[in-house]
Write a protein that binds this ligand. Structure first.
Ligand code: NAP
Length: 267
């Protein structure tokens, strides 16, 4: 029987997840289908019951369900607990688990660097920023600093992870080795012309934007012109998805082939 997978979110809008996973199933000859399930918050409880009854094999979870879904799970991984959010649901021996593969997605391109800087500035303090801090910790980046438009939210992050907080207005006074944007500034639409970094770039810094539409944001274009190493958000998307694929199927979908599929879909 064809195995069922999918993504829940609201509003779901256009998502590349079906493209990624369905291409993987096809390439590896797995009889499975991945669909988009737009799901309003009010429907989450019923949906999770149907997930169990219908034996849906796995779920991707996006805004606004990443935290609220946790109460419908049997177990959570250490990472999901650390981040305080779940983006992946999978079965193990009849038990429903929650995981956060945004952490895998975030750290994978950083692992490929020859040398990892000793400090990182995380811009933003939402769900993705929490995954970023957990990932940077796993990579043993010595100093992690957070700046957010709403300082009180950065302070919660600072408190939870024992990291330094700086005022959003003072972020350009720092010289971090990694500048990591987790805000939507630069995203296609109203924000496309905006950037979270308007100062000079620290010499030799790595600039990582998790926004992936457009592929090259204003932040990355300006950082590259200034001689920085840049990392595109599609890398995070790719690797969080490949980690989900491994959890669900036990199989490895080649990153190069999967990236090609995503880039084609993004035009
Ligand atoms: P979130 O929880 O809503 O957090 C958004 C953050 O961005 C908040 O800290 C918010 O600050 C800040 N922000 C929003 N608008 C801003 C503005 N105009 N100026 C300055 N700061 C602003 O969202 P999230 O889940 O962390 O996701 C953030 C972004 O990451 C989204 O664009 C999402 O698409 C992207 N993302 C990408 C991947 C990937 O695989 N590449 C994975 C996850 C998320 P306030 O606290 O002041 O509101």
């Amino acid at each position: 029987m064809t195995q069922k997978y999918g993504i829940i979110g609201w509003p779901l809008g256009h998502t590349l997840s079906p493209t990624l996973h369905n291409s993987g199933f096809k390439r590896l000859g797995i009889d499975a289908e991945y669909v988009a399930w737009p799901l309003e918050p009010v429907g989450l409880s019923d949906f999770m019951q149907r997930f169990r009854d219908d034996k849906v094999q796995g779920l991707s979870v996006t805004i606004p369900h990443k935290r609220t879904v946790m109460r419908f799970l049997d177990e959570m991984t250490f990472r999901a607990k650390s981040v305080g959010a779940v983006n992946t649901i999978f079965w193990r021996e009849g038990v429903v688990w929650g995981e956060n593969t945004d952490v895998d997605g975030l750290i994978e391109p950083l692992r490929l660097l020859k040398k990892l800087p000793e400090s990182a500035l995380v811009l933003g303090a939402g769900g993705a920023a929490r995954a970023a801090v957990v990932g940077l910790r796993e990579l043993e980046v010595g100093e992690i600093i957070v700046a957010n438009r709403t300082r009180s939210k950065a302070e919660i992050l600072g408190h939870d992870f024992n990291i330094r907080v700086v005022d959003w207005e003072k972020r350009h006074e720092l010289s971090p080795g990694i500048i990591l944007n987790t805000t939507p500034l630069g995203m296609s639409g109203d924000m496309v012309g905006l950037t979270p970094w308007e100062g000079d770039f620290p010499t030799g810094s790595i600039v990582y934007d998790i926004v992936y539409n457009p592929l090259r944001t204003r932040l990355l274009n300006e950082a590259e012109q200034a001689g920085c190493t840049v990392i595109e958000g599609i890398e995070m998307f790719l690797h969080q998805g490949l980690a989900q694929f491994r959890l669900w199927t036990g199989r490895k979908y080649d990153a190069g082939k999967a990236r090609k599929v995503l880039l084609e879909a993004l035009g």
